[in-house]
Design a protein around this ligand. Structure first.
Ligand code: UGA
Length: 430
């Protein structure tokens, strides 16, 4: 198939490379010439394990190409995936202007039958709007069908998730579009859900919001565990053995970040309000998440009496391991609060780089944890990069002025850290 991917973000780039891997001819369209130029040279502009190698292979074999030529890309392809961003507006609603632009361009330049699929996470009814926007911008009407095919990949394991999905959701009222999409996914071994565009869109939002709910629920339970001297990791393990609950996303910490959960939870809350069916649970999910970094900082303040003049080391600034993505990262909330309290802050991340705004406020990024910890009063783990488990904690402890370890991701063995000589405080876990 000749497939056009519109929007070369995380989802668009990964999807394009995977479709090329499945033997299709893929064109990646983006308005940013720098992004297109980099991708055409086989270079990723973000960090995602394994993806660059596969991108390079398919660029070299000419299975995938990248362009800024909207008209040419639309006219030379038949199956389109809209993967542009849908950022949060100030009122929490998803900003659909990039989607509308893509739909209008398709309408303006289309030259025959096309199938247009929304892959971006879009509020329920958006795919219907896409059809309307295409129709409105068509000067010479051509037949077309729309479909919704939400993406469930996780950053950090985007390639694996796309090659091995646990389900494929195809929402369309068109038999022809559904057939084309089921053929596209014929090589993957997982259930395929055929449904309406609205249901497909809802599945995506309800899934992300449910996962966010699990996290916030465990974070509230963890805070109660702190009061009761109960270990939340054991609680999560005991709960997760019940197959009705499952072991995933029960990991307490300083909350969820990234480009998806915070934005999608807010957007679903807005949809509920718009349709007169408020999602009260989800509002609490968002509130709990907003307060988690503050909770960690309060634990630090309690231990150190005051933050003023204290030197603290933040380990991990990416919103999760195996990515350099800083969107909605909880680390910034922690750093912000520490700076407000008058602390001096050093940060370390294996991949992500601290933005200039923080560097201008005196935050120093260190190349290794040992040097970052020299003379420090405490270490705060904000991202659970697995390599932090294997640090020489004994040597680090000896470098510190005062050996306090605050584990915002509950990733280390508390008892072991205490044995080394640390005061150790996780979230609902000591
Ligand atoms: C999430 C979903 O997991 C994907 O299925 C979905 O496709 C994607 O959003 C999207 O909508 O595009 P992602 O944002 O990459 O994927 O990251 P997750 O692995 O879900 O983690 C999100 C946040 O939750 C991270 O900050 C992570 O540290 C936190 N988290 C996760 C917890 O605090 N506790 C947990 O138990 C799990």
């Amino acid at each position: 198939m000749n497939i056009l991917i519109i929007g070369m973000g995380y989802v668009g780039t990964t999807t394009g490379v995977v479709f090329a891997e499945w033997g299709h001819r893929v064109t990646g369209l983006d308005i940013d010439p720098a992004k297109v130029e980099a991708l055409q040279k086989g270079k990723l502009y973000f960090y995602e394990p394994g993806l660059e190698e596969l991108l390079r292979k398919h660029v070299k074999e000419q299975n995938i190409r990248f362009t800024t030529d909207t008209r040419g890309a639309i006219q030379s392809n038949d199956l389109f995936f809209i993967c542009v961003g849908t950022p949060s507006r100030s009122d929490g609603k998803a900003d659909l202007s990039y989607i509308k632009q893509a739909a209008s361009d398709i309408g303006k330049y289309m030259n025959g039958y096309k199938i247009i699929v929304t892959k971006s996470t879009v509020p329920v009814t958006t795919t219907e709007k896409v059809a309307k926007w295409i129709r409105l911008s068509c000067s010479h009407p051509h037949p077309f069908d729309v479909a919704s095919n939400p993406e469930f990949l996780r950053e950090g394991s985007a390639l694996y998730d796309s090659l091995n999905p646990d389900r494929v959701v195809i929402g369309s009222s068109s038999e022809r579009a559904s057939q084309v999409l089921s053929k596209l996914y014929q090589s993957v071994k997982c259930p395929v859900v055929f449904t309406t565009t609205r249901t497909a869109e809802m599945i995506k939002y309800a899934s992300n919001s449910f996962l966010a709910t699990k996290i916030s629920y465990m974070n509230e339970v963890a805070k109660l565990c702190d009061q009761l001297g109960v270990n939340v990791k054991d609680v999560a393990r005991g709960m997760g053995l019940d197959p009705r609950i499952g072991p995933h996303f029960l990991h307490a910490g300083i909350g969820y970040g990234g480009s998806c959960f915070p934005k999608d939870v807010k957007a679903l809350i807005q949809t509920g309000n718009e349709y007169g069916q408020p999602l009260t649970i989800l509002q609490k999910v968002a509130d709990v998440n907003d307060n988690q970094p503050q909770y960690m900082v309060e634990c630090i303040r309690e231990r150190l009496t005051s933050l003023k003049g204290k030197k603290l080391v933040v380990l991990g600034i990416a919103f999760k391991p195996d990515t350099d993505d800083l969107r909605e990262t909880r680390s910034f909330q922690v750093i912000h609060q520490l700076l407000l309290g008058g602390a001096e802050v050093n940060v370390h991340d294996p991949v992500a780089v601290i933005p200039k705004t923080y560097a201008n406020q005196g935050v120093t990024q260190c190349q290794d944890v040992e040097s970052a910890a020299k003379g420090a009063d405490g270490i705060v783990i904000c991202t659970d990069w697995p390599q932090y488990k294997d640090l020489n904690w004994q040597a680090i402890q000896q470098e510190m002025r005062s050996s306090n370890l605050f584990d915002g991701r509950n990733m280390l063995d508390g008892a072991k850290m205490r044995e080394i000589g640390f005061y150790y405080h996780g979230i609902g876990y000591r």
